[in-house]
Design a protein around this ligand. Sequence first.
Ligand code: NAG
Ligand code: NAG
Ligand code: NAG
Ligand code: NAG
Ligand code: NAG
Ligand code: ZN
Length: 465
Amino acid sequence: MTILLLIVLNILGILSQCFDYPNPLKKSYKIAVECPLQQKQQRFVKLDSLPQLTQPNNESMFVITFNCGIKNDVLCNKAKNAFETAGKILSTVLLINTPIQLNASFLDFCASLGKCPNGSGLVILGGATPARTIPLQDDDGLVRLYPQALVKQFQFEQHPSFGPFDIMALFNAGGASFWFDGDPPITHDQQDFLYVILHEIVHGLGFASGWGDYINDQPEALTPEISITSNDPSGRFKINGFLETAFDRYLIHIPTGKKISAFTGNLNKFQKDVDLIFQNELDFKTKFRNSPQYEIAKEMMSYSITPNALGFLPRGFNKAVESVVLETRLRPYQTGSSVSHVDFQKYNNTSDFLMKFMADHGANLDSLIATRNGNNNEGHNAVIGPNLKLVLETLGYSTPEYTNSYKPSVTITGNGNDFNPTMNVPIEPGDSSTNNGKGSSVKSGSVKTYKTDFKKNNHNIVRIY
Ligand SMILES: *[C@@H]1O[C@H](CO)[C@@H](O)[C@H](O)[C@H]1NC(C)=O
Ligand SMILES: *[C@@H]1O[C@H](CO)[C@@H](O)[C@H](O)[C@H]1NC(C)=O
Ligand SMILES: *[C@@H]1O[C@H](CO)[C@@H](O)[C@H](O)[C@H]1NC(C)=O
Ligand SMILES: *[C@@H]1O[C@H](CO)[C@@H](O)[C@H](O)[C@H]1NC(C)=O
Ligand SMILES: *[C@@H]1O[C@H](CO)[C@@H](O)[C@H](O)[C@H]1NC(C)=O
Ligand SMILES: [Zn+2]
């Protein structure tokens, strides 16, 4: 009787725990919050059956709460308009049935936040993050963290309670030289603000891996987010497990076709092998570093710094070589840039350039699209390239072209209890004459060139997270 009750409490414990990310500039900073189930708001019920009609032509489904922290009304208006335009673009490319609430701030980081340019010349441009992630049950047996913007689109009858915003965005009005629609021709060191915020909002929609080093200052071992519960004043805590993000479900190791979620299945054996309760952080770190699971975390790190090692396998594809190649060229591993972007080298010159980790400068969005797409009759909307659209559809967003998107369950049954850790997808179609098992045809020489570029460009603020 008692044991049963504990298990139920444990499951409910996972279910009602969400994470809030209040700081878009520090995406690793999360706060566990209670998010008990609540009824769906009735005003959206009627739209359920007719999703294609819920989005009037050209109307933005993004509700933007804009805070301007500078005393320049002209600039404030330009920034606000750019957010509205970004909302319209995404509302046309995606079928959004429930409005997405965006908290967007535009302020001088140096004057307002004390984050001033360094001798290095590196200026923080800004960032965006899901305001809340919500654990949902996936049909492969793992519990994953879904961005609230996406959870809303699933229109569950009952859903974990939502926070006031879906996406938090914060952009730097000082130091950075942004170009806005209507300005004189863009100069070499300017960046199109619309481009930068679209990139960030797409992260906020869920284009983000949860794999990171949560225990070492110098990253060396990667795990999904570690979910803990603690209500013990002595600092003792309990590990609930390792929680992937929705994005992570589709990660594969390209050379072998291995699903990266298999790693998570094995990592989750850690808390079964050792005591569930840890005395403090050091106790946990020590036990984890000494566990066989730590080797898995180190292997994931090695994939994250090896070109062509990690891919996102989108819907409708089942061969590893068909995946969208992710950014794994950066050495050393760059928190926030590695893995959560598309491979720069492969996609820079393609219509899927938006989600590379380094933003272009000296060209506005229209001309960037034109150089990559040639003749384009979609206007700005073409900024969401075909592979990016596929990724968003795979995560669960509907588009005018694809309405049959995947939907996880709100009822948590367990995180990997019956997970098959040996899942593989075929590496490539038929032909075995290619670089089977070797992954990369690109040697580390190109990494070097690339890093040089990155350093050279620092003062141009080309780096976006
Ligand atoms: C909607 O946008 C299209 C181009 O994207 C434009 O041709 C049309 O006039 C717009 N309609 C309205 C009602 O604004
Ligand atoms: C939007 O987020 C900022 C923090 O980035 C916060 O200070 C502000 O209160 C939020 N806006 C509203 C309307 O809650
Ligand atoms: C300034 O440099 C330090 C390390 O030298 C870094 O941690 C910090 O983020 C930098 N600040 C900005 C605004 O770039
Ligand atoms: C990335 O693509 C743009 C546009 O095609 C091009 O101008 C730029 O040189 C490319 N950068 C690299 C490093 O290839
Ligand atoms: C991308 O385009 C730039 C300039 O157009 C060119 O210098 C570069 O070699 C191209 N990169 C690839 C990988 O094709
Ligand atoms: Zn980014």
